[in-house]
Design a binder for this molecule. Structure first.
Ligand code: SF4
Length: 412
């Protein structure tokens, strides 16, 4: 059954969130006086399903491109004068009332809420959407979007699954050229390699600063909460990267002066939320009950590679960086070394246990869990598996499970 685009007056229902208005220069972020003020602003932005940062960016006719997880070469989108925006569904802010007509029941929340955002006009400020072919759900979402969301330019990005062939990098370069052609038709500037080299440098710097933030969390986990770290990182996919870099520099300066307030807590690795994101309440709960999340798979876009060489052919270098990435998660069919990989990550993070945090009905994440558990069992490393949905409201069961997990390690 074809999904219906509702009239605009339908959008003011009980779940319609108040719309945050931001300046076109994003001075609210640059001027936030502290990490606390910045994370409060980020919380408001993330909770507003009308994408206030995109509305601010497009007010002067500039274009934005929605990038569905888990990977789009956002450097390329930026190089064409467009704002790449990481899409992470509707979170807790929207009711699903139209997307159910087009998508089955046993599917992850992010697919439904993203379609709901499109069907209810909340994604109207975007010029185009990129859906990487990471699973059957994302593949179908691109097709449904192209028919059900009028005026949207959509593109399915085919990412390689064979990383040993000499043809893999040329294949991906050809895919990127298809994306370039689509973005040029959607109003992006003409592709120029020198612009891409500049964008690659900018994104290299952003990843370096984000990696510094996660390194602080690992080395001194009482310096900032997981929620702060998450919100600061999440902002980076919603605002111009130049502004995010300014923010990160100020965050690092404040962190250097902050005490490392430690508590009795266990060090854990958070595995599984590489696509759909848990709610802020659940992220907060993990540390409330006595965990330090010293490494996590939230916001996967920052983790594929460190530095891309901007010299030579930047398009080929960008493709190479993705192909050579050592990241091995369920959406990438690398030869399986997952057992060894999780053990290495536990050791590197000095983690005492693993929390699998997987989106309900996310097959790629669930397949990983099976392989990881075997390796952890062999080494007697404790783990806990929690599933989440975007609109979960009650976490009493999760709280109990987490508390029991923490106590079993603390008092072992
Ligand atoms: S949450 Fe999982 S199943 Fe859903 S789109 Fe993402 S990878 Fe696919």
């Amino acid at each position: 059954m074809a999904a219906r685009v509702p009239p605009q007056e339908d959008l003011g229902g009980p779940d319609a969130a108040p719309s945050l208005e931001l300046s076109e220069t994003f001075e609210e972020f640059a001027g936030a006086p502290s990490i606390a003020a910045l994370t409060q602003l980020a919380r408001e932005v993330v909770s507003d399903p009308t994408y206030p940062t995109v509305r601010a960016w497009t007010r002067r006719g500039r274009g934005a491109v929605g990038c569905f997880p888990v990977y789009t070469p956002q450097e390329l989108v930026h190089a064409m004068g467009l704002l790449p925006v990481s899409l992470h569904g509707g979170g807790e802010s929207i009711e699903i009332s139209h997307a159910d007509a087009a998508l089955g029941s046993f599917l992850c929340s992010i697919s439904k809420s993203t379609l709901e955002l499109g069907l209810t006009g909340r994604l109207a400020p975007f010029r185009a959407f990129v859906f990487p072919y990471i699973c059957d759900v994302s593949r179908n979402l691109e097709g449904i979007f192209s028919r059900a969301v009028p005026g949207a330019t959509t593109h399915m990005l085919h990412l390689p699954q064979n990383f040993r062939s000499e043809g893999t990098v040329p294949f991906l370069v050809a895919e990127y050229r298809r994306l370039i052609a689509k973005l040029e038709r959607a109003g992006g500037e003409r592709y120029r390699p020198e612009r891409l080299a500049d964008s690659i440098e900018l994104f290299n710097r952003q990843r370096t600063e984000v990696a510094r933030l996660t390194a602080v969390k690992r080395a001194q986990p009482g310096k900032l909460t997981l929620t702060e770290s998450y919100l600061i990182r999440r902002l980076g996919g919603l605002i111009p990267r130049e502004v995010h870099l300014q923010i990160l520099e100020r965050v690092h300066a404040e962190l250097a002066a902050r005490p490392n307030r430690t508590k009795d807590a266990i060090r854990v690795l958070l595995v599984g939320p590489f696509c759909e994101q848990p709610t802020l309440d659940l992220i907060e709960l993990i540390e409330q009950v006595g965990c330090y999340a010293v490494d996590d798979e939230l916001l996967q876009i920052y983790r594929w590679y460190d530095r891309v060489d901007p010299n030579g052919d930047p398009l080929e270098n960008l493709a190479s960086a993705y192909v050579r990435s050592t990241i091995d998660i369920g959406v990438r069919a690398t030869p399986t070394t997952k057992g060894e990989a999780i053990l290495r990550r536990v050791e590197a993070a000095g983690a005492q246990g693993v929390i699998f945090l997987t989106a309900k009905f996310c097959e790629p994440a669930l397949e990983d869990v099976v392989l990881y558990r075997r390796a952890l069992d062999r080494q007697k490393i404790p783990y806990l598996h929690l599933e989440f949905e975007e609109r979960s409201a009650a976490y009493e069961q999760s709280r109990l499970q987490l508390e029991t997990f923490v106590e079993s390690i603390l008092f072992d």
